[in-house]
Design a protein around this ligand. Structure first.
Ligand code: S3P
Length: 448
């Protein structure tokens, strides 16, 4: 399945190494949350560095439909005038969340605590993805859901008039499910409690505190226990969105793979629950350094310096998956060039991303001459220890990260690699091709 108007893009080995300093667009997770929290805070939230990708623009439109005032005041600068906790109003039309699972699931949490009726849909990729993982716990608030077969979108929701707080042990490591429960808990009296066995990204917890809510986090034998005191008065607060480490991953891996390269990605968010890829690449021997590390907008940020290195295969433990869940496709590209075997363990969640990313990544490798196997929930990549053959056309399945991974591979391959549809890159990384081409001569990323 592809875009109604597919935009193929091809990457070839550049004639010169990649070099230079660049910034990547704002963090997608933090951008969605900034708009949502701004919409339920009292006062005006000023956001700087917001990701203006299609996914986040869907959230902006949805928050407007739910009664908030959302204005774009300059590049990356957005202003949200909120309605206060419990103040969202019934949307007059269907909420279309496009390609974005985060937007859909977090918003269902927020809506659950409001006595309103809403219908939600998304594109063909999002309509395939499981929503039961949020509608199940959210039903405990008293909200009601009517979904398609298998708990899929489109769905209808009637939020609870008197929502109850949730007490939920997450069956899967998912920041989206955790966040949906916490957002529902904003409107409920008493304490909402969520337990996660593996810690996942904590931007929701951090931002709730930033807007004045009381959130406690405790590591126990049961796992990480997060408690939110319900019905807080959220007060508008400025949000500074750092560069997205999941987007930085693409120029970083490209620099590691193209001989002679040296690239600096500036102002990247380095929340430890997001940096599993950089840990793994270092274990593979990558010359990666962080410079200028600092705290900005309550999150650690820094500049990543990546230089060409001959990498070696490693085993990536399953417990690292939540901290690099979106980075496996591009890690697989690095593994394809590494010497020896890379074994990535515990990737079941990749099957329910924008595409079945486990299958799509294995196919990306195979079509470009790299031996790879899926064993249970593990991906095993046999690295060449040198150049990647390439020459394949990768089916991107409406998945931005598969498209960008394919194009990074093309920069390091003997023969060009084509992404069958690069249109979805705009969901998270608008300007990707221009930015990558800016690092070298001769525009290696171009329409075939
Ligand atoms: C996200 C959480 C992750 C990630 C997604 C963004 C978030 O999903 O894949 O791109 O912002 O909370 P899961 O939490 O479902 O693994």
């Amino acid at each position: 399945m592809s875009h109604p108007d597919p935009r193929p893009l091809r990457a070839s080995a550049p004639s010169a190494p990649l070099a230079g300093r660049l910034g990547v667009p704002g963090d997608k997770s933090i951008s969605h949350r900034a708009l949502m929290f701004g919409a339920v805070a009292v006062g005006t939230t000023e956001i700087t560095g917001l990701l203006e990708g299609e996914d986040v623009l869907r959230t902006a439109a949805a928050m407007r439909a739910l009664g908030a005032t959302v204005d774009n005041t300059g590049p990356g600068a957005w202003r949200v005038s909120g309605r206060g906790v419990g103040g969202l109003v019934e949307p007059a039309d269907v909420l279309d969340m496009g390609n974005s699972g985060t937007a859909a699931r977090l918003l269902l949490g927020l809506i659950s605590g409001h006595p309103l009726f809403a219908v939600m849909t998304g594109d063909a990729s999002l309509r395939r993805r499981p929503m039961k993982r949020v509608t199940d716990p959210l039903s405990a608030t008293g909200a009601q859901f009517w979904t398609r077969e298998g708990g899929r979108l489109p769905l209808a929701v009637r939020g609870a008039a008197d929502p109850l707080p949730i007490d939920y042990v997450l069956p899967v490591a998912s920041a989206q499910v955790k966040s949906a429960c916490l957002l529902a808990g904003l409107c409920a009296p008493g304490t909402t409690r969520v337990v996660e066995k593996e810690p996942t990204r904590d931007h929701t917890e951090n931002m709730l505190r930033h807007f004045g809510a009381t959130v406690s986090v405790e590591d126990t034998a049961e796992g990480r226990v997060i408690r939110l005191e319900g019905q807080p008065e959220l007060v508008a607060a400025p949000v500074l969105v750092p560069g997205d480490p999941s987007s930085a991953a693409f120029p970083v891996v490209a620099a590691l793979l193209v001989p002679g390269s040296r690239v600096v990605v500036e102002n990247v968010g380095l929340n430890p629950l997001r940096t599993g890829l950089f840990t793994t690449l270092r274990e593979m021997g990558a010359a990666l350094r962080i410079e200028n590390e600092r705290i900005a907008g309550g999150e650690p940020v820094g500049d990543i310096v990546a230089e060409y290195t001959e990498l070696s295969g490693v085993t990536v433990p399953p417990h690292r998956a939540p901290s690099m869940i979106d980075e496996y496709p591009v890690l697989a590209v690095a593994a394809a060039a590494a010497r020896g075997v890379t074994r990535m363990k515990g990737l079941a969640e990749l099957r329910v991303k924008e595409s079945d990313r486990l299958a799509a990544t294995a196919a990306l490798l195979a079509v470009n001459g790299i031996k790879a196997e899926i064993e249970g929930d593990d991906l095993i990549v046999h690295g060449t220890g040198g150049a990647i053959p390439g020459g394949g056309t990768v089916e991107t399945h409406m998945d931005h990260r598969i498209a960008m991974s394919a194009l990074v591979m093309g920069l390091a391959a003997r023969s060009p690699v084509t992404a069958d549809d690069a249109a979805f890159i705009d969901t998270s990384f608008p300007g990707f091709a221009t930015l990558m081409n800016g690092l070298t001569a001769g525009a290696p990323l171009a329409a075939p």
